[in-house]
Ligand binder design. Structure first.
Ligand code: NOJ
Length: 571
């Protein structure tokens, strides 16, 4: 039998985007608490680029609502939506001016409430972003701070300091912004009179808050309650490792600090005291019925330090960026998987796997791009979805989208690119509006294609649209749909453990490129990360493979093609 994508029983469901024909279950999410998040598949919606409901070329809450049937048919458990709050959009909404208001670009508070309720009716939980490390420079607190005199209490909610040098002309320390350049900007106290500096670990339009200030803490507790009261199922915490800065704001002592992110402790990231805040937030989440969760965007220098964020009295999940950054090589992959499982088990938490998000080059491109990149991306996704724990998918990865690297210069918006000195392309290339159908940009991203998307989509995405792939079991979308269905159907998948199968007999090919793990009951995942086929004894009945796989050999062997993952069971 030749198997592509679907191995068993391909079924046709309603076309994407049409109203659900299957009655959506009533929401029981906020009844009895269940640890649903331990193995949930959570789909990240980058709101500006997911679906446009009002025809202005920018994705919005209404757009998400109209595509809930798609998300339901895809088979995800929850959706994380990036910020949709009132914002001047200096960083695509991660510069929040008021967390309790919806920006008109994205809709209204009523739209948010309707989306939460309707998602629940579709059996999908909703996670929203919260951005506590900084506010927008347009936030009322920052405007008050600018209007106040140096050392006035109104400045204490942020991090204002006098500069170094004879006239305060040098930044207060050597900290660098994640987006490039110094992390400090000097203000004018009065026109022509340079004054204090304020800290911004990101864009100057994103001043860092002072988390030692009680009002800052109280305000954020209110914000959490505001959204919990509206029924959200959790929060993704932006820069969850950044709220506390080392006492006295000491120099880092070296340059190119951001390149060290995730491998060394910096005086402004991953400080021990930050965990106090997360413990308090956990208490708030636990006050609400059902399990409301928090997932940390935390860049910690080691998996051990990352695990500290998911101790039983802290957050539920933390993105595993160590996994995301691992090259497509057997020993490295095996080591990161083992270390991730070991360290999260120390604190009793599951691991949270992720391959792409709105800040990082899409993994098809990271793995080499073109056919090779796509082959590896499909294999990596299937491997990830077989690992114990929860997994996050970034919108468009289920379509096999690659990074768009040739966007017209004048359309680029990412502040990271605008501040970078090395001319790097920034993050716009992974934020191109999703192609839903049709034959040209914006590929039904807006209703009836009435406007251009805020970034144009490439011509070759014609073959990548949801519509083009929906009924094709061999497509990447077909692969993800089938994989998510099997994750629900097979008892072995989801939360739990894995055992490496060291004893797999290799009949031809290089064992150095083979990963095989078993999950009870009766499930085996094989991964060939090499460029040559590997022949092994067939480990069971084929359920799904990321490539064409010929299972029909009479001698009970199977050839695993290069860059491929396959799922096998004993059923
Ligand atoms: C992480 C977010 O994912 C990113 O998009 C944003 O630019 C920074 N935090 C600053 O909020």
């Amino acid at each position: 039998m030749t198997v592509t994508g679907h191995a068993r029983g391909a079924t046709r469901t309603q076309p994407p985007g049409s109203p659900a024909t299957v009655p959506a279950p009533a929401s029981a999410f906020h009844g009895e608490a269940t640890p649903w998040w331990r193995d949930a598949v959570i789909y990240q919606v980058y709101i500006r680029s997911f679906a446009d409901g009002n025809g202005d070329g920018v994705g919005d809450l209404l757009g998400i609502r109209t595509r809930l049937p798609y998300l339901r048919a895809l088979g995800v458990d929850a959706v994380w939506i990036t910020p949709f709050y009132a914002s001047p959009m200096a960083d695509g909404g991660y510069d929040v001016a008021e967390h309790r208001e919806v920006d008109p670009l994205f809709g209204t508070l009523g739209d948010a409430e309707a989306l939460i309720a309707e998602a629940h009716r579709h059996g999908i939980r909703i996670i929203v972003d919260v951005v506590p490390n900084h506010t927008s420079a347009a936030h009322r607190w920052f405007r008050e701070a600018l209007d106040a005199a140096p050392r006035d209490a109104a400045r204490d909610r942020y991090i204002f300091r006098t500069g170094r040098g004879a006239h305060g002309e040098l930044p207060p320390n050597d900290w660098e912004s994640v987006f490039g350049g110094p992390a400090w900007t000097r203000i004018a106290e009065r026109p022509g009179e340079p004054g204090e500096w304020y800290l911004h670990l990101f864009d100057p339009a994103q001043p860092d808050l002072n988390w030692r200030h009680p009002e800052v803490r109280a305000e954020h507790e209110e914000i959490l309650r505001f959204w919990l009261d509206r029924g959200v199922d959790g929060f993704r915490i932006d820069v969850a490792h950044g709220m506390i800065k080392a006492d006295g704001l000491p120099d880092a002592g070296f340059t190119n600090q951001i390149q060290m992110l995730g491998s060394t402790v910096l005086p402004y990231f991953d400080q021990d005291e930050v965990h106090e805040i997360h413990r308090r937030w956990r208490e708030i989440l636990d006050e609400y019925p059902g399990e409301r969760i928090a997932v940390a965007e935390a860049w910690a220098p080691s998996l051990e330090r990352l695990a500290a964020y998911v101790r039983p009295d802290e957050l539920h999940q933390a993105f595993n960026f160590h996994f995301l950054g691992t090259p497509w090589q057997r020993d490295e992959l095996r080591a990161v998987i083992e270390d991730s499982l070991r360290t999260s088990a120390l604190v009793g938490a599951p691991t949270t796997w992720v391959l792409s998000n709105h800040d990082i080059r899409r993994h098809v491109t990271r793995y080499g791009g073109g056919e090779e990149g796509l082959r590896r991306a499909r294999a990596a996704a299937l491997m990830m979805l077989a690992l114990p724990g929860s997994a996050y998918l970034y919108q468009g990865e289920e379509l096999g989208l690659e990074e768009v690297l040739d966007l017209p210069e004048e359309l680029l918006q990412d502040p990271q690119r605008l501040r970078s000195e090395d001319g790097s392309s920034g993050r716009d290339g992974c934020r191109v509006p999703l192609p839903w159908g049709g034959s040209g940009s914006p590929y039904n991203f807006t209703p009836l294609n009435i406007a251009n998307g805020w970034l144009p989509a490439p011509a070759h995405w014609r073959e990548k649209t949801v519509e083009a792939q929906w009924d094709d079991a061999a497509s990447t979308l077909g692969l993800y749909r089938k994989a998510l269905k099997l994750r629900r159907d097979l008892a072995a998948l989801g939360d739990g453990k894995l055992d490496w199968r060291e004893d797999t007999e290799v009949l031809a090919g290089d064992v150095q490129h083979l990963l095989v793990f078993h999950r009870a009951p009766g499930f085996v995942c094989t991964v060939n990360v090499g460029t040559k086929p590997i022949t092994i004894r067939r480990p069971g009945a084929l359920e799904l493979a990321s490539v064409d796989l010929d299972e029909a050999t009479p001698d009970g062997t199977v050839v695993l093609p290069p860059d491929s993952t396959a799922w096998w069971t004993d059923r």
